[in-house]
Design a protein around this ligand. Sequence first.
Ligand SMILES: [Zn+2]
Length: 255
Amino acid sequence: MPTYPAQCLVLTRRDIGENDRCITALTPEHGKRNFVMRGARRSGSKLSGATEPFTRLRVLVATGKSLDVVTQCEVVAVYSALRSSMAGLAGACYLCDVVDALLHEHDQQSAAAVFNLLCHALNLMQQPAMWPDAIINATLLRLMAELGYAPHLESCSCCVEPLDGGPAGFSPSSGGVTCRVCASSIKDAVSLSAEAVALIGILSRAGARTLLELCPPEKPAALATNAIQGYVQFHAGRLLKSAEFLQALRMGRGL
Ligand SMILES: [Zn+2]
C-alpha cells in the first residue's frame, strides 16, 4: 500500500470494530481526513491517547481502499493545560467541533490556514486570560473570514442602509448586523448594541496579548458571544453538543 506522511490535529473520534478507532483529523497538506487507528482501544495501547480530540500528531498513513490507516504515529502536542480544566476542555472541543462541521473534506485550500489558526488558539488558550471567550470568539471570527463567511458589520446586512441610529440587531441568515427596522422583522435577529459591534471588530483584529488582556463589560461581551456563536451555529446547520456544554458552563450550571 502506498504511504504518505502528514501532520494533523484530531478533531473528533469514534469507535469502530472491537479494538479500533477512526479519527477525523485536520491536516494542513490534505484537508480534513478520516484515519483508522488500529488497536487504539486495546488496553495499554500507545495509540489510545493519540486519538483524543485536539491532540496534534505526526503520522505516516497507508492509503486504503475505503479508509486510510495510520501505520506510525508521534504525538507532537497534547495541550495538557487545557485538559486540566473543564472550561479549557470544553472550549477546545467546541473549536474542534466547529472546524469539523464547517470544513468540507474536499476543501484543501483553507486547510493550512485553519490548521494554523486552531493550533495558535489552543496554544493561547493554555495561558490565563481575563475573558476566556475572547480567544474562542476571535478564532471563530477568523475561521469564518477564512471560509468566506465574515459577518457584515458596517451597514445593515438586510436592507444595506447605513446604520445611522446605530446597529440594533444581528441576523445570521442576513449575514451580519441589522438596522432597527429590519431587526424587528427578521425572525432570527438577536439584539446587538454598538458596543458589542465594536467589540466584534476588536476581536476580529486583536493580537495575542490584547486577546489575553481584553476585559469588556459583561453586557456587550454576552451580546457579542451570542451573536458570533449563533452565526457559527447557523452555518454549521445544527446546534453542536459542545456548544451547549460550553454555554452551560458559561451559565454556571455545569461546573
Ligand atoms: Zn435594515
